[in-house]
Design a protein around this ligand. Structure first.
Ligand code: G3H
Ligand code: 13P
Ligand code: ZN
Length: 336
């Protein structure tokens, strides 16, 4: 057993308490490889933002669980060095399991140094979700690891779980769920979804000036009702990428084919970050930026075969994306 405390990581308890009070959200960025983790740490140190490094079970399989765990430790060491070199404060970093689906997976992450885990029982019937979540909470809390549960179903792809249709979180269930399970935060479904195709064009209106598809607003009425039932409790938004036209257009310009990709408008997320939403999950926006810059580099330099020459520009774009999120969307910049 390696405790996250030995690795210099933090759980999310204090991060969320401060975010709740301060009216901002902690960024939760997914990573699978070295360039992503370098970009996240650089952006968050330079904007002085706390951060949650998220690892899905797919990321664990892709990168190797042991290597990934030590990348968490490496991230802490890199953060310390960077902060010192730039005369900045050190930032709190959590290493979090994203969409854990079994007790065994959550336990394995906790034992290998994760400071926070999500147990996503949202696709199970309610009672089974409660039972599974409580089992993980009971184990995690013995090690001072924080736990995120989920109620309601997001459409899109969550690892191996594919939900075709979203089911909004029922405010009537949240109080009972939080009480019975003992979770530290709750992911809810109010209209966000995973991936780059969050809405069908038919659900959107077209901005007459820009031609950009504008999706229906998030269900802030449901969020407000949830806040009334569990006052002061940290809420999590998954599927919160904005799918910037800048990168979708760049991908399409340089040989890609992304049609009618639509994300969550930034002003909706800004509004959510000021409420009880304390954690906002972003993966697709990083994927799009990386892909765009890699495509551009190859299109402009077809003879290039040094990975540093195409992953480097991709990493620079990621830093830009994450800094802008912290500063302009989540409001986490300057909160370290
Ligand atoms: O919620 C899903 C995250 O974007 C992780 O995606 O399961 O493909 O690693 P992944
Ligand atoms: P996006 O696909 O919108 O980036 O959502 C990521 C996410 O929710 C990870 O858990
Ligand atoms: Zn998610």
């Amino acid at each position: 057993m390696v405790s996250y405390k030995e690795l210099g990581l933090s759980n999310t308890r204090e991060m969320f308490a401060k975010a709740f009070k301060g009216g901002y959200a902690i960024p939760a960025y997914n990573f699978n490889n070295m360039e992503q983790i370098q970009a996240i740490i650089t952006a968050c140190v330079e904007t002085q933002s706390p951060v949650i490094l998220q690892v899905s079970s797919g990321a664990r399989k892709y990168a190797n669980p042991t290597l990934l765990r030590w990348m968490g430790k490496g991230a802490v060491e890199m953060m310390k060095e960077l902060a010192k070199a730039k005369n900045l404060k050190e930032i709190p970093i959590a290493l979090h399991l994203d969409h854990g689906d079994t007790f065994e997976l959550a336990k394995s992450c906790i034992e290998s140094g994760f400071s926070s885990v999500m147990i996503d029982g949202s696709h199970h019937p309610y009672d089974k979700n409660v039972e599974l979540t409580k089992q993980v909470v009971d184990f995690a809390h013995q090690h001072d690891v924080t736990v995120e549960g989920e109620l309601g179903v997001l459409s899109g792809i969550e690892d191996d779980v594919v939900a075709a249709k979203s089911v909004y979180t029922s405010p009537d269930q949240v109080e009972d769920f939080v009480k019975k399970t003992g979770v530290d935060s709750l992911a809810i479904s109010i209209g966000t979804s995973h991936g780059a195709y969050k809405f069908k064009p038919a659900q959107c209106t077209k901005d007459p000036k820009t031609g950009v598809l504008v999706p229906p607003p998030l269900r802030f009425d449901i969020l407000e009702e949830i806040e009334k039932r569990i006052p002061g409790f940290p809420i999590v938004l998954h599927g919160a990428s904005s799918v910037a036209t800048e990168y979708v257009d760049m991908i399409n310009k340089f040989g890609g084919k992304l049609e009618a990709a639509v994300g969550i408008p930034e002003e909706q997320l800004r509004k959510a970050a000021k409420s009880a939403v304390c954690k906002i999950n972003i993966d697709s926006d990083g994927r799009l930026a990386m892909t765009a810059l890699i495509r551009k580099t190859f299109a402009e330099n077809p003879g290039e075969f040094d990975p540093r020459k195409y992953l480097g520009p991709a990493r620079d774009a990621l830093v830009k994306v994450y800094k802008a999120k912290n500063e302009n969307v989540l409001g986490s910049a300057g909160r370290a």
